[in-house]
Design a protein around this ligand. Structure first.
Ligand SMILES: [Zn+2]
Length: 112
């Protein structure tokens, strides 16, 4: 039993409201076993490494991830936090929509 998975990316649409680039995201919408995923430059989501489950299991093919659907992913903006913004205000959530493993849209999630 894990808590989340990590998603690396270099997508400029994934930034805080002040425009700072955000790095690694976390999501609870995959297997939640501390695996590392990467959204590559062509938008494809790839499983990179990690996870407590057998990475060759049918549920989690090694590469690419091939998911369709929306993943909620979040992180805090470290730049804003260093500038003294409160951790709640620096928190950023996104809905990442995938079709057959390719990122098709990035939407800032509404604050709860
Ligand atoms: Zn920021």
């Amino acid at each position: 039993m894990g808590m989340f998975d990590r998603i690396q990316h270099a997508d400029p649409r994934i930034g805080c409201t002040k425009g700072h680039m955000l790095g690694e995201l976390q999501t609870k919408d995959l297997d939640c076993d501390l695996a590392d995923y990467n959204i590559r430059d062509d938008g494809m989501l790839w499983w990179e490494r990690g996870g407590w489950k057998n990475p060759r299991s049918p549920r989690m093919p090694p590469l690419p991830a091939g998911v369709s659907g929306t993943l909620r992913a979040d992180t805090g903006c470290e730049t804003c936090e260093r500038a003294g913004v409160g951790i709640l205000d620096a928190w950023c959530e996104f809905d990442l929509a995938f079709e057959k493993g390719r990122l098709v849209s990035v939407t800032r999630a509404a604050a709860d």
